[in-house]
Write a protein that binds this ligand. Structure first.
Ligand code: CTP
Length: 406
């Protein structure tokens, strides 16, 4: 049984050319054995007839807030209570603005306002509408209130332009929705995660650091906990609160992180190297603060030891997952890291773009394992973390059953 089996999904469809893709999404939800009820806005019915969704969901489509017959059959409060998940795909810019403002002048917005269940939005709109500060502000605000946002994707748009704003493919929306129900897969297992930057001391007051915020590693710790794992987090200096229930080991330098992680790795089932470990460290740390005298100075740097490779080379290594932050040739470099460091999985993200990566709230990952790959489209790091933990759980279980058949 899939993660959506018997789950009650209320699919909200708002007005936009991408509304036709909601038909395929309805079919996929039903194929995943979810129970589906569809609510359409007036504008959505201008793009696709409600009858399509009635046929695909197996139930009449809900359209009006004030329709007496509908209210008696299942009013907006009852519909909101019925759902395990409210999924709005496509979510138009206009509808997200309404959600942010708390308007309730049609059935879908009223039931969202009354909802106590998670609401996920799959936005679709023209790239300039998506990039408009008003939309950005609305999306940021909705995310901070706990709304999940799936996508949007980048590419050709119905209007002939190209950019970020396309509705995610229905199969990607389905996958994102599944992860919201993915809990418990790591019960009885232990996960070691490294997170944040390292600081390499130059003298007692200065160091070489990097811009890692630790958000991805901390989000992974939270998701691994939610999946039932016992979690140890080895963290460089960050300004984040460790999730409740995590065993936190604070370190500063790459050398300290090496000692902590390699010392703990054999007693864990899974290691995820999400830290941005310095590759080079000053060869000598000045005992006293370096005074400015010379016009130029140079600091000799030596390579740090590779923690990830050391973990993967242990005699009884955990399932080992590395990260790769690349500006170019992402696939080639990520695959090379997988092979060279003998990893089980590598999660690669593109850096140097305005969205995603270091210090950002969102991320997208291209994940590689020995005989396959997967793509987690741009989403809040919390959601990306849940999806990555899901993937890791799946491949960790497959590796275990291959090693211990029967
Ligand atoms: N890593 C590590 N120990 C180091 C350096 C990196 O464990 N001393 C881990 C990171 O936690 C991350 C992965 O290795 O999981 C990143 O791979 P790496 O080869 O270091 O990537 P880059 O630093 O980008 O280096 P390169 O110049 O090879 O791309």
């Amino acid at each position: 049984m899939g993660l959506l089996a018997e789950k009650r999904v209320l699919l909200g469809i708002t007005g936009g050319i991408a509304a036709y893709k909601a038909a395929e999404l309805t079919r996929l939800l039903r194929a995943s054995e979810a129970q589906v009820r569809v609510v359409m806005t007036r504008a959505a019915t201008a793009f696709v007839a409600p009858l399509t969704f009635q046929a695909l969901s197996g139930h009449p489509v809900h359209l009006d807030l004030l329709d007496a017959t509908e209210e008696s059959a299942m009013g907006h409060i009852a519909l909101a209570r019925w759902a395990d998940l409210i999924l709005i795909a496509p979510a138009s810019a206009d509808f997200m603005a309404k959600l942010r403002a708390g308007l309730a002048d049609d059935l879908l917005s009223a039931l969202c306002l009354a909802a106590e269940t998670p609401i996920a939005l799959a936005p679709a709109m023209n790239r300039a509408m998506w990039a408009n500060p008003a939309t950005c502000d609305n999306v940021r605000c909705l995310k901070s209130r706990g709304f999940r946002v799936f996508g949007p994707a980048e590419g050709e748009q119905a209007c002939g332009e190209s950019g970020v704003g396309r509705l995610l493919e229905p199969s990607d929306i389905l996958r994102s929705a599944e992860t919201l129900f993915a809990l418990g897969g790591l019960t009885g297992h232990s996960v070691l995660i490294s997170a944040g930057p390292t600081r390499e001391a130059i003298d007692p007051v200065r160091y070489i650091g990097n811009r890692s915020s630790g958000k991805m590693g901390y989000a992974l710790a939270r998701s691994a906990l939610a999946a039932g794992a016992r979690v140890t987090l080895v963290s460089g200096p960050v300004s984040l609160q460790a999730p409740q229930g995590v065993k936190l080991v604070r370190v500063e330098s790459a050398a300290q992180m090496y000692e902590a992680v390699v010392g703990l790795a054999s007693s864990h089932d899974i290691y995820i190297g999400a830290a941005a470990v310095a590759d080079y460290s000053p060869a000598k740390r000045a005992e006293r603060k370096i005074k400015k005298r010379d016009e130029a100075i140079s600091i000799e740097l030596t390579r740090t030891r590779d923690i990830l490779a050391a973990v993967a080379q242990l005699s009884n290594p955990p399932f080992t997952v590395g990260f790769a932050a690349e500006t170019d040739h992402l696939e080639d470099y990520a695959k090379a890291k997988l092979a060279d460091k003998k990893l089980d999985m590598v999660a690669a993200n593109r850096v140097g773009k305005p969205e995603g990566g270091f210090d950002s709230e969102d991320n997208a990952l291209h994940v590689f394992w020995r005989d396959g790959e997967g793509y987690l489209p741009m989403a809040p790091k919390s959601l990306i973390a849940t999806q990555l933990i899901e993937l890791i759980t799946e491949h960790y279980a497959a590796k275990n059953s291959a090693q211990n058949p029967g």
